[in-house]
Ligand binder design. Structure first.
Ligand code: KG4
Ligand code: ZN
Length: 345
């Protein structure tokens, strides 16, 4: 049974965890949200500096909470791609240093593979194949999970990620950062049918629309136009109705694509990951559609859906068990498709 100390610093969370196969022994997440809030979004230089200031404390805390010392650790892992280069460097350098000092194997982990492995932490008995709907601030993907390191991207966004769309619409409604939770809260009190908004569709050269790909930039522009029009007509913007209509459009569209994809590929389980998995509309629509089509829908607890190191450790433990190791010369990459995971070993 592989026991891994894992580090995740790809964006704005400094996270360290100790994981034994699919069991989480500790999961420390130092969020930088308050640091970036005053800028209205993540500032890369500030993020990497804050990781440097926080990481040693987070590593020590993860070991204390796991009640384990270095004797018990079989490997050290860190997210190496994709993400903010300066932020990734901090975690990767820390992991390599610890691996060298304690003479343990080192593994670089793909961030999206980590999001997939979050599902195993809450459902340790689950085995591939299944479909993963990954909806975060940086990614919107439908991933066919075949095995450890073996993935196929079946659907993606052609422009903004789902979480990015929530954040941008929240900004134009002056709701602060991050916008997803604020829109979700307001949407609960609004009418989702108040304003019909366009669902982004991707035309195919052969005619018709791509069944699994999404687009959110047109929707964002439609909300902007709606807000401009309403501002001319009324003194008080119906923010709750706008939030509810926007959320309804995004979550219906994601649900439709995920369910169609699972049915087309004969997959009976959809695992959801990423920060947007917290969205109440997405949860409601997917659970209902899942029940109607006899699909199992798994939403891991939110702490495992948003960025954390436990998911990275869980992926690393599986790779370690398979005999995979990364070279000490492995670098960070801001972009790397999940289909290229095995290049890291
Ligand atoms: O996975 P995550 O924590 O970080 C990334 O890897 O990006 O996702 C953050 C994103 C943000 O865009 C945030 O607005 C969105 O997840 N989010 C939500 C909700 N909670 C967080 N979006 C919609 N509804 C929510 N309740
Ligand atoms: Zn993420």
């Amino acid at each position: 049974m592989a026991c891994v100390l894992a580090i995740e610093t790809s964006c704005d969370e400094t996270a360290v965890a100790v994981v034994k196969n699919r069991h989480c022994c500790s999961n420390v997440v130092a969020s930088q949200i308050p640091v970036h809030q005053r800028y209205g979004g993540v500032v890369p230089e500030v993020a990497s500096r804050t990781h440097v200031e926080t990481i040693n404390q987070a590593i020590a805390q993860a070991l204390v909470e796991a009640q384990l010392d270095w004797e018990a650790i079989d490997g050290v892992a860190a997210t190496c791609a994709p993400g903010l280069v300066g932020s990734l460097m901090v975690g990767l350098t820390a992991a390599k240093t610890l691996a060298m000092v304690h003479q343990k194997p080192f593994l670089g982990i793909h961030h999206l593979e980590g999001h997939i492995y979050a599902t195993y932490l809450s459902e340790p008995e689950l085995e591939p194949p299944f479909l993963c709907l990954l909806v975060s601030g940086g990614h919107t993907s439908l991933i066919y999970v075949k095995n450890c390191g073996d993935y196929e991207i079946l659907g993606t966004t052609r422009d903004d990620a789902a979480g990015e769309a929530f954040d941008k619409v929240a900004r134009l409604l002056h709701l602060g950062y991050p916008g997803g939770p604020a829109i979700d809260r307001l949407a609960r009190e609004g009418n989702p049918k108040a304003f019909p908004l366009p669902e982004g569709k991707i035309s195919l050269p052969s005619g018709g629309y791509h069944p699994y790909d999404s687009s959110f930039s047109g929707l964002k522009t439609a909300v902007l136009r709606l807000v401009q029009k309403l501002k001319q007509e009324t003194s008080e913007l119906p923010v709750k109705d706008i939030a509810a209509s926007f959320q309804e459009t995004v979550t219906r569209s994601l649900t439709k694509r995920a369910v169609t994809c699972a049915l087309d590929y004969g997959l009976n389980t959809i695992a959801v990951g990423g920060g947007v998995a917290a969205n109440s509309g997405l949860r409601k629509h997917l659970q209902t559609a899942g029940a109607n089509h006899n699909l199992r829908i798994i939403f891991p607890p939110l702490k495992l859906c948003t960025d954390n190191a436990a998911m990275i450790g869980c992926a690393a433990a599986d790779h370690l068990n398979q005999g995979h190791r990364s070279s000490m010369s492995l670098g960070v990459q801001s972009r790397l498709p999940i289909t290229k995971v095995m290049e890291l070993y």
